[in-house]
Design a protein around this ligand. Structure first.
Ligand code: FES
Length: 347
């Protein structure tokens, strides 16, 4: 048993042996940003100001040699080696705000819908207590025998009374977990779920227009955030621009039409990148953003998709006046899976 101390607040959280710093903070409800949980994205990078730690195996692009020398570490893989570890993170009055995650919650698939030829949607329900989470967070799933590598998937719905969780899963060539999902999980199947994780959650202080820029299954966390905002009667404009290669890749159209019809301030704007079709915008979102929204200085912007998509959209949004504080993003990494110590498995 040791302690992780937050600086400058001085708040202390007890850590258990073998736990990463991220796990310790999550257990206490602190929202340390994280994305891949595998030392690949750099999202959980903070400076360690005192104490020793084992960094584990991480990618150089996520933590450079210079950063290591300056004392930075990736908290998703960092394990304290001393009884006390102090990290520079949080404000003077840092407060826990997340629900502590639970591991290996046994769930049943109650429904499955093929959204596109590559994306399947699972509706799952925990057998025990419902999982409490914030819209925008993600879970990890694997098989009940724990033979399949756990992987992260965003929750695509706001919390419901029956505790149902919706996951939208793209079949990735050579992706062990996504292929297991597509080939083995059907209504009635059991699986393990751990979570909730992640800090891509809505900013309750937002009171201006909201613009969501989404590609592929980046739609999932945005659906959860928009669902929650619309249900609580958010008074400002919410626009969702969805980038698809072809018309057949646009999914959840029924829900989008429902929201378009029901909420005056909501608008779904699909754009195609590899097909010309009447009634659509065409081109990559970063290239057409200035035509759609010449001034983004008052918008809160939520971006979800591949890291490249997120980066290029953020750059385009900033050129149109968006500020860093108003941009919230979630990049989906192929490496988003835990790495066993000593393993060289990063695919
Ligand atoms: S590197 Fe830690 S969450 Fe991605």
């Amino acid at each position: 048993m040791g302690v992780v101390r937050l600086s400058p607040s001085g708040k202390e959280v007890e850590s258990s042996s073998g736990e990463t710093v991220l796990e310790t903070l999550e257990r206490a409800g602190y929202a340390l940003p994280n994305n891949c949980r595998a030392g690949a994205c750099g999202e959980c990078k903070v400076k360690v100001t005192s104490g020793e730690f084992d960094q584990g195996m991480v990618l150089d692009m996520a933590l450079s040699q210079e950063e290591r020398e300056e004392g930075y570490g990736l908290m998703c893989m960092c394990k304290p080696l001393t009884n006390e570890l102090e990290i520079e993170w949080g404000t003077e009055d840092a407060q826990p705000k997340l629900f502590p995650p639970t591991e290996n919650i046994r769930c049943v698939v109650v429904d499955r819908i093929e959204r596109t030829p590559r994306i399947t949607e699972l509706r799952i329900r925990p057998l025990g207590n419902q999982m409490r989470y914030w819209p925008g967070q993600y879970v990890m799933i694997n098989d009940v025998d724990r033979k399949v590598t756990p992987r992260c998937y965003s929750i695509a719905n706001a919390p419901t009374n029956d505790g149902e969780i919706i996951l939208q899963i793209t079949r990735v060539p050579d992706g062990e977990t996504s292929n297991w999902v597509h080939d083995n999980l059907f209504p009635g199947s059991m699986l393990n779920m751990s979570g909730p994780y992640g800090t891509f959650i809505g900013d309750p202080s937002t009171d201006g227009p909201v613009l969501c820029l989404v590609a592929g299954t980046g739609l999932a966390p945005i659906l959860a955030l928009a669902d929650a905002a619309l249900r609580r009667g958010f008074k400002q404009q919410v626009h969702l621009v969805f980038s698809a290669q072809k018309e057949e890749d646009i999914y959840d159209r029924g829900l989008m039409s429902f929201w378009n019809a029901k909420h005056r301030r909501f608008k779904f704007i699909p754009t195609l990148t590899r097909e010309e079709k009447e009634g659509y915008h065409h081109g990559r979102i970063p290239n057409i953003l200035s035509d759609l929204y010449p001034d983004l200085s008052k918008h809160s912007i939520y971006i979800a998709g591949s890291p490249e998509f997120v980066d290029s959209c953020a750059i385009a949004a900033k050129e149109l006046g968006a500020t860093d504080e108003m941009i919230h993003s979630e990049g989906f990494f192929d490496q988003a899976q835990p790495i066993a110590p000593g393993s060289d498995r990063l695919v």
